[in-house]
Design a protein around this ligand. Structure first.
Ligand code: GSH
Length: 227
């Protein structure tokens, strides 16, 4: 099995973390990214998005693309530990939170905060911290308060288990944190505690360490703006 996609993509992180939680092994090809695609990638995923997964690396025509499809495939491949609740309400809620995180949250985090800092640095320009700060403030108006409220006093987003919902939200928060926008404790205490709880899991701590090493190796100096 081979997983494709740059390690700083929040969607690739979903696949990496769920595989680590379940002890699923794979070869990893970190090369395809929005900053540059490999020759064979279009054949694997005509949508040109990461992550992509080849269950059999020699068969480029049988790919599973999209983080949600890959995570659901991993759940069937290796059901333990379960990362999707069985209770119908908790299951529906997990899928909704995953969807919200993968769409609107991802778009606002990626375009509004991550890219103005990271893509600028990657192309040799100074980080656009002003645009990123505006993007973070926009997130703080609706989406982050919504998620803060959804979490309420509970440890996890769906039922009383760590699930795909937590992974999907956490991977977006990691993107914010990586470019200097940690969750402020005074404004989002539940989300902050959720982030710290997630980071304490070995699967996520190791993913974060790899991400930090990648940024260090690139030599990017990233200003800490919050959290
Ligand atoms: N719904 C897809 C979204 C994947 C996605 O948008 N990935 C980004 C990287 S973070 C990408 O490949 N973007 C391509 C581009 O910007 O050209 C998933 O969950 O995998």
């Amino acid at each position: 099995m081979r997983l494709f996609g740059a390690p700083l993509s929040p969607f690739v992180r979903k696949a990496v973390v769920i595989a680590a939680e379940k002890g699923i092994e794979y070869e990893y090809d970190p090369r395809p990214s929005p900053l540059g695609w490999t020759d064979e990638f279009e054949q694997i995923n005509p949508l040109k998005r990461i992550p992509a997964l080849l269950p059999n690396p020699s068969n480029l025509d049988y790919a599973i693309n999209d983080s949600s499809a890959i995570c659901a495939y991993f759940e069937k491949l290796q059901p333990e530990p379960a990362l999707y609740p069985t209770d119908p309400e908790a299951y529906g809620r997990a899928l909704w939170i995953e969807e919200a995180a993968d769409t609107d949250l991802a778009n606002r985090v990626g375009m509004g905060v991550f890219r103005p800092v990271f893509f600028n640095l990657a192309s040799g320009k100074p980080a656009d911290t002003e645009t990123a700060s505006e993007g973070f403030e926009a997130l703080g108006k609706v989406l982050l308060p919504y998620l803060e409220n959804q979490l309420g006093g509970r440890a996890w987003f769906a039922g009383d288990m760590f699930s795909i919902a937590d992974i999907a939200v956490m991977t977006q928060m990691m993107s914010l944190d990586l470019v200097g926008f940690g969750l402020p404790q005074d404004r989002f205490p539940a989300l902050r505690a959720h982030f710290d709880r997630c980071m304490a899991r070995p699967s996520i701590a190791s993913c974060r360490e790899q991400n930090n090493k990648f940024v260090e190796k690139a030599g990017f100096q990233i200003e800490r703006v919050s959290g």
